[in-house]
Design a protein around this ligand. Sequence first.
Ligand code: RB5
Length: 375
Amino acid sequence: MILFQAISREVREVIVAVGCDHAGFVLKHAVVSFLEKRAEIADCGVSSEERADYPDIALRAAKLVSEEKADLGVLACGTGIGMAMAANKVKGVRAGVACDALTAKLGKEHNNLNVLCLGGRLTAPEQTAPILEAWLGASFMGGRHLVRIDKIAAAENATLSVNGEGRGRIVVFNHPLVQHKIGIIRDKNTSVKEFRELVQEIAGLMVYEITRNLPLSEVRVETPVAEATARTLAGKKLAVVPVLRAGLGMVDGILQIIPNAKVGHIGLYRNPETLDPVEYYCKLPQDIGERDIFILDPMLATGGSAAAAISLVKARGGQKISLVCLIAAPEGIAKVSEAHPEVDIFIAAVDSHLNSHGYIVPGLGDAGDRLFGTK
Ligand code: RB5
């Protein structure tokens, strides 16, 4: 009964979105009976056994969880499967079906399920309490399980956000040309010359997405045939800020497309004792606060130096900041997103994990050494 104590201590803080379709209606009743004294319930319907489409209810509840208007969700349909499928389309939701206390417990410990789905045709109402108890009483184990769910989050962000308007997007480039060129620079036999050229090319290709939201205004032009309304960049000021030294490898590729951007530089080294990044150089355009800033750092590994570079730019007045990387590890994405949730992160490829030396696996080795031939 640890769960009951935990929930009742925080009775006003835990909000659970609960919903069902006709096939989960009886089970929802059991869920509500279990939860009502222990949490605040956000009822997402339905309230009768009249036929209903489970996606409508699942999406309503999942949205509450995604927008942090509810802490958790519990959904019931015939099998729980349809509810899970629909809820998982909503960003930040991790929904899964539990059919007994063990799947519920492991669903929390390994998958950090924030929406539990139950099957009214699989689970008897009296089984609801032990299932919910097991789920709510368990804790996410983190570690390798975090790496795995971070990969799912990265895929989710890649597909959801490329055209988004808000800040804090994680955009992964699935474009075949980018993927092809990334494949070549991964190869340890690629020469320094070719590596350098390809890094510039990839950075240049990435400009199309990183500048997608620049505002346009209309101008009148006269073509050889007629007068027309055309579109022009609305006087945006841009700055690219490479993190020394590997970020330098991306600058020219970007300037080929946006030649009027100003260039700042940031130098960081790692304190050998604390391993914290320490600034040794920072020179930014004076009007940095008015510019859209693209911080360039090809390898987003632990995220420590990227997060520090962003903090440095913010401390100098930078406001609208994006991070542009070639290859990222889920650990680095998580670190930067947590430290700077409003910063857009543009990534050509997301890799598996970091090894014990902090290298991205499979990655491409040390980008600085490969760009400048220092190894
Ligand atoms: C409704 O008959 C049923 O298909 C639905 O409740 C659910 O089981 C879908 O996954």
